[in-house]
Design a protein around this ligand. Structure first.
Ligand SMILES: Nc1ncnc2c1ncn2[C@@H]1O[C@H](COP(=O)(O)OP(=O)(O)OP(=O)(O)O)[C@@H](O)[C@H]1O
Ligand SMILES: [Mg+2]
Length: 237
């Protein structure tokens, strides 16, 4: 059984298909990059996987089950969707405490995840005063709170500086090496190629290419690979 399995997924809004036909899987130990241009259907796919939107056709499962059918979803899947929705007057530590209480998680985990994302010193400050990169780190801390087996991240590198990128890569690498599965959506090739083992390239709601990064890029330069890819995936609908 794959940790994440998406099969024949379609999402229609009226006559428009935000996702036409997406099939791929992600297995433990791997960081899988879902790469595609703006409007390709990445966020829609993640929303369906996380039970935030319903599919018009097809299935999306985590460990063989729809998100809504998981017994303890917060212990199975951690998600970072966007850094919005944080209470500006609350500190990072309080924010995580509220989430831990809501999810029935051990409150001691709050200190652990703050350390994991490098916010242990800033954890007491109000989120209002956080930079974009710090908010992303807090979002990742929230995703890690339930000590999940699967991480689902939408554009997690947004706002991270080069050191932050390296840090993110290391956190995700360690998570996957410990047997976790990461699905990371991004429209930025350079970000994805820095962290992903496997790549699912989507364009206009369909999978264009799928395989290990090494396999897909082959002996081309990253630049040639990128040019070929964007030629195939161009055009926001
Ligand atoms: N609620 C909605 N109603 C109508 N159309 C929608 C809705 N949500 C998404 N779409 C459309 O579906 C398409 C896919 O959007 P989605 O957000 O999944 O793309 P994305 O790959 O995440 O893009 P980005 O890189 O910009 O984040 C877009 O054309 C978008 O306008
Ligand atoms: Mg998106």
């Amino acid at each position: 059984m794959h940790a994440i399995e998406i099969s024949g997924l379609r999402k229609s809004y009226g006559t428009f298909d935000a996702v036409s036909d997406i099939t791929f899987s992600a297995r433990p130990g791997r960081v899988v990059g879902l790469l595609g241009p703006n409007g390709a259907g990445k966020t829609t796919t993640l929303h369906i996987l996380l039970g935030l939107a319903s599919a018009s056709a097809g299935t999306a499962t985590v460990q063989g089950r729809a998100y809504a059918a998981l017994d303890h979803p917060e212990r199975v899947v951690g998600a970072l969707l966007d850094a919005g929705g944080l209470h500006p007057g609350r500190s990072a530590r309080d924010h995580l405490r509220v989430l831990a209480a809501a999810g029935g998680l051990d409150p001691r985990r709050v200190t652990e995840v703050l350390e994991l994302v490098g916010l242990d010193r800033a954890g007491g400050r109000r989120v209002r005063t956080y930079s974009l990169g710090m908010r992303q780190r807090l979002g990742l801390a929230a995703a890690l709170l339930g000590d999940p087996q699967v991480l689902v991240l939408d554009e997690p590198a947004n706002g991270l500086d080069p050191a932050g990128m390296r840090w993110l890569r290391d956190v995700l690498r360690t998570f996957a090496d410990d047997g976790g599965t990461v699905l990371l959506a991004s429209h930025v090739l350079a970000e994805v190629t820095q962290v992903a083992d496997d790549l699912v390239v989507v364009g206009q709601g369909r999978v264009i290419a799928d395989g290990s990064l090494a396999e897909l890029v082959g002996d081309q330069s990253l630049e040639d690979f990128y040019l070929e890819l964007t030629a195939a995936t161009e055009g926001v609908r």
